[in-house]
Design a protein around this ligand. Structure first.
Ligand code: MF3
Ligand code: CO
Ligand code: CO
Length: 329
């Protein structure tokens, strides 16, 4: 042997050793990423929804949202969205309480599915879009940015997992998500998750009638940049109501073209995805699972909000007022 091949570097290094490339970062956070990326796993059969539950239009016919629903809602629609949002928040809390090493994301899907039905609602993701989303909740682990499909992969100590719950009830959707820690998680990932929640809080604080939607993205991007983290650009917040996704667009970064003005009665989501490394993504063969291109972790938090005369009302608050995910209140 005269020169080492690249393959001889890796077997000797342990995950916490400095990387062989001289970056000064831990091996597991640098060149080791390729070996411990999340891998697709087996899906369970589609879970049935009983006849007594009101179904969104796409549940049987397929398809996605009609995007042209009016953005400003009447008082009755808002009252229904408040109730549906609170129920979605309760389901998110229950699902987060089940997160532990060894629990599969399919176990969490079963729990969310039953929790939606138990409250007389339909799990909005089930059957939505092209290809039809096959499960009742999105479960996005580590470098999965969003839209992860629950499968047979057991959660592992040290993972982070986003659970994105959307409930359809009383003819309206409530959409909320949070990122949870699995067992003992490294400090850098905890900082990512905490900062991402703060980004959502900053975004909500920027909601004001008469101001452009671009204020929200500016507040989020400023906070992410101050923490040396990146805003994922490809997925954005959206108008919501009778339809899951309407044409109000809520960017999580600053773009002066986002000049649409916020009006009292408007309902939309804010759902920043924040990455430790690259913000660029690619999508798995399943047509849904979005992952960071560099395999580094990404976190997300989401609320459905209403623009009021003074600012924002969060429609997906838990009845006890506390946030779900890390860090809780
Ligand atoms: N809940 C996601 C959002 O925040 C949408 C998921 S689409 C699905 O917009 F089909 F995957 F459910
Ligand atoms: Co959403
Ligand atoms: Co969502």
């Amino acid at each position: 042997m005269t020169a080492p091949s690249t393959a001889t570097h890796s077997p000797k290094l342990r995950p916490n050793d400095p990387c062989w490339c001289g970056s000064g970062r831990k091996y597991k956070r640098c060149h080791k990423v390729a070996t411990d990326r999340v891998q697709p796993s087996a899906l369970s059969p589609r879970r049935p929804v009983p006849d007594g539950i009101e179904r969104p239009h796409y549940a049987d016919r397929g398809g996605s949202s009609r995007r042209d629903e009016p953005p400003v809602k009447d008082a009755d629609t808002i009252a229904r969205m408040r109730r549906t949002g609170a129920a979605a928040a309760e389901i998110l809390r229950e699902a987060g309480d089940a997160v532990a090493p060894g629990v599969t994301t399919d176990d969490i899907d079963a729990l969310v599915h039953e929790a939606c039905l138990a409250r007389g609602g339909y799990p909005s993701p089930l059957g939505y879009g092209h290809p039809a989303f096959p499960k009742s909740v999105c479960t996005s682990v580590n470098e999965v940015i969003c839209h992860g499909i629950p499968d047979a992969r057991p959660l592992r100590d040290g993972d982070i997992v986003n659970l994105d719950v959307t409930l359809f009830r009383e003819g309206v959707h409530g959409d909320t998500n949070a990122t949870f820690l699995v067992g003992t998680v490294d400090p850098e990932s905890r900082r990512l998750v905490r900062t991402t929640r703060e980004c959502l809080e900053r975004g909500i604080d920027a909601v004001r009638p008469g101001r452009p939607l671009s204020d929200i993205g500016r507040a989020i991007e400023t906070h992410a940049q101050s923490a040396r983290l990146a805003v994922v650009r490809a997925f954005i917040g959206h108008g919501i109501g009778r339809e899951f996704h309407t044409d109000v667009e809520v960017l999580h970064y600053y773009d002066p073209r986002a000049s649409r003005v916020m009006e009292p009665g408007m309902t939309f989501t804010i759902e920043p995805m924040i990455a430790m490394g690259a913000w660029q993504h690619r999508v798995w063969e399943d047509g849904w699972t979005a992952v960071t291109i560099d395999g580094r972790r990404s976190a997300q938090f989401e609320h459905t909000v209403l623009v009021t005369d003074a600012g924002a009302e969060v429609l997906t608050v838990h009845p006890d007022g506390r946030w779900s995910g890390y860090p809780g209140d």
